[in-house]
Design a protein around this ligand. Structure first.
Ligand SMILES: Nc1ncnc2c1ncn2[C@@H]1O[C@H](COP(=O)(O)OP(=O)(O)OP(=O)(O)O)[C@@H](O)[C@H]1O
Length: 261
């Protein structure tokens, strides 16, 4: 399966060495050392780039498949470009081939001591496995969680919804978080949609980092509130209160659903 898809991308991008990073339901992610045009000095991690490839789905009608691939790729690129324009940390798009479902983007993150990529999930897991409780809950962890909350707050203040917030879709670069994976992203000013985005992350933190999830989630929300208060003249505080209220509703619905099975 992966071999077939790797040879597909190699047909699309001849002579570009690629290394598989991950295979999701929707896309394959590769790492490459090659920039499609020139080395751009403003990008971090020179000589390391990411190629996200949405392969065609053989079970879909070819015309519909081509249209879905093209629209999703355009949607993700537009979303990422808007983030870059707004100064919200996320990889910069370098190049895209909409018809083939390819996005060439900036590589973010570093290697942790154990060789894993510095996603929030891997970093917290590393601490949880190797360090004391004190270190897992120290000022640095608290500061990173608050920064993540602020980052998501910035996104929501711009009426942008990530759609798949998890600790693996947050990459740390010098302890500064950046968002990745905008395959399910959308635009909405509704507090309900923002609350669902927060709830998805809250549940992801609970299941992935169960021991300290209460602390992490509390700090995330504190950061989220803080950034809204910084924009209180633009209605930030009101927006925070509305979204927080909705979050409580969404949590309640979630609890009812799990009680009913
Ligand atoms: N810009 C980037 N810099 C560094 N690593 C990245 C970048 N983009 C993606 N990755 C790596 O590739 C993995 C998968 O990327 P992404 O989540 O965008 O793809 P996906 O196919 O939607 O994944 P999934 O279906 O698992 O959510 C990430 O977890 C991360 O490890």
């Amino acid at each position: 399966m992966t071999d077939r898809l790797v040879s597909q991308i190699q047909n699309h991008l001849p002579n570009i060495p690629v290394q598989v990073v991950s295979q999701g339901a929707e896309a394959l992610v590769f790492q490459t050392s090659v920039h499609p045009y020139i080395d751009k000095p403003y990008l971090k991690n020179q000589g390391k780039y990411i190629i996200k490839y949405r392969p065609s789905k053989p079970y879909r009608h070819p015309t519909i498949d081509a249209s879905i691939t093209k629209n999703r790729t355009i949607g993700e690129v537009k979303f990422m470009n808007k983030l870059t324009k707004l100064g919200i940390n996320a990889p910069s798009v370098i190049s895209a081939d909409y018809n083939r479902g390819i996005i060439w983007m900036e590589f973010l993150g570093t290697e942790l001591t154990n060789g894993d990529i510095s996603s929030l999930k891997n970093w917290l897991w590393y601490l949880e496995k190797n360090e004391s409780k004190e270190k897992c809950l120290n000022d640095q962890v608290q500061s990173v969680c608050r920064k993540v909350g602020k980052l998501i707050g910035k996104l929501h203040l711009n009426d942008m919804i990530h759609g798949d917030l998890t600790s693996s879709n947050i990459i740390l670069e010098d302890f500064e978080p950046a968002l990745i994976d905008f395959g399910l992203s959308s635009y909405s000013g509704l507090s309900e949609d923002k609350a669902v985005d927060l709830y998805v992350l809250e549940r992801a933190i609970l299941s992935t980092h169960s021991v300290f999830s209460d602390h992490y989630n509390q700090w995330l929300l504190e950061g989220y509130e803080e950034i809204h208060k910084e924009f209180s003249k633009q209605g930030g505080t009101k927006k925070y209160v509305e979204t927080y209220r909705k979050l409580e509703d969404v949590r309640l619905r979630g609890r009812k659903r799990s009680m009913l099975g």
